[in-house]
Design a binder for this molecule. Structure first.
Ligand code: SF4
Length: 214
């Protein structure tokens, strides 16, 4: 784990991320807040591309909790059976749809407590929804952010919650909203796990990682 990067270097890191892509977007396809919740819940231990492939057809027929309940668990299972853990995920999506209809008027709540009370929705999922839909600067730390945060010192921490805190505490406020997307995309495409593509990295000169590749 690196030491926490200093403020001025962090500012320069995020200035460059912003310059390269001012409005970074998540890659999970959705058409409204409800389909975003479902897509994120389905994405645990699965790739965004794999989830998108399944949900493209699903969301054409079930883009609200009411329609999902009408489709039913068996119908939903048919659509998502290419995604890992699909049986449990189908149960959770049906249960959370029922709760949204019964307790939230079919709408998606915008508090972390309400979101994490839904079956299959953990802190990370809730933070993705808060960030992408409600534009609240919540940090959803996944395996990519955890690796990049620790490797570079942008947000070091021994677990995902510590990394989340490090981002919240240290990343300049004007970059908080998009911080998690910049870091996910950086980790997914450049600062990859096995052999980071340091030659193509826009923060190479600022990065203290000792095993930088040429
Ligand atoms: S220089 Fe290499 S290790 Fe450092 S952030 Fe860039 S890709 Fe990652």
């Amino acid at each position: 784990m690196q030491r926490q990067m200093d403020y001025m270097t962090l500012r320069e890191v995020f200035r460059r991320f912003h310059e390269a892509e001012a409005e970074p977007k998540g890659e999970l396809e959705h058409v409204n807040a409800y389909t975003l919740v479902v897509a994120v819940a389905l994405s645990a231990q699965a790739t965004d591309a794999g989830v998108n492939k399944a949900t493209r057809e699903l969301f054409k027929i079930a883009d609200t909790p009411e329609k999902m309940l009408a489709l039913g668990e068996a119908g939903l299972t048919e659509h998502i059976k290419t995604i890992g853990l699909f049986r449990q995920k189908a149960k959770n999506v049906i249960k959370l749809s029922r709760i949204l209809v019964d307790q939230y008027g079919g709408e998606v709540p915008n508090s972390r407590a309400a979101l994490t009370s839904l079956p299959g929705v953990g802190r990370k999922t809730a933070n993705v929804v808060l960030n992408m839909w409600w534009r609240y600067p919540a940090q959803a730390v996944d395996t990519h952010i955890f690796r990049v945060g620790n490797r570079t010192g942008i947000a070091p921490g021994k677990d995902v919650v510590a990394v989340e805190r490090a981002i919240e505490d240290n990343v300049p406020a004007d970059y908080q909203l998009h911080a998690h997307h910049w870091l996910i995309l950086h980790g997914r495409y450049i600062c990859v796990a096995r052999k980071p593509k340091c030659g193509a990295c826009i923060i190479r000169d600022l990065c203290p990682f000792e095993e930088k590749t040429l």
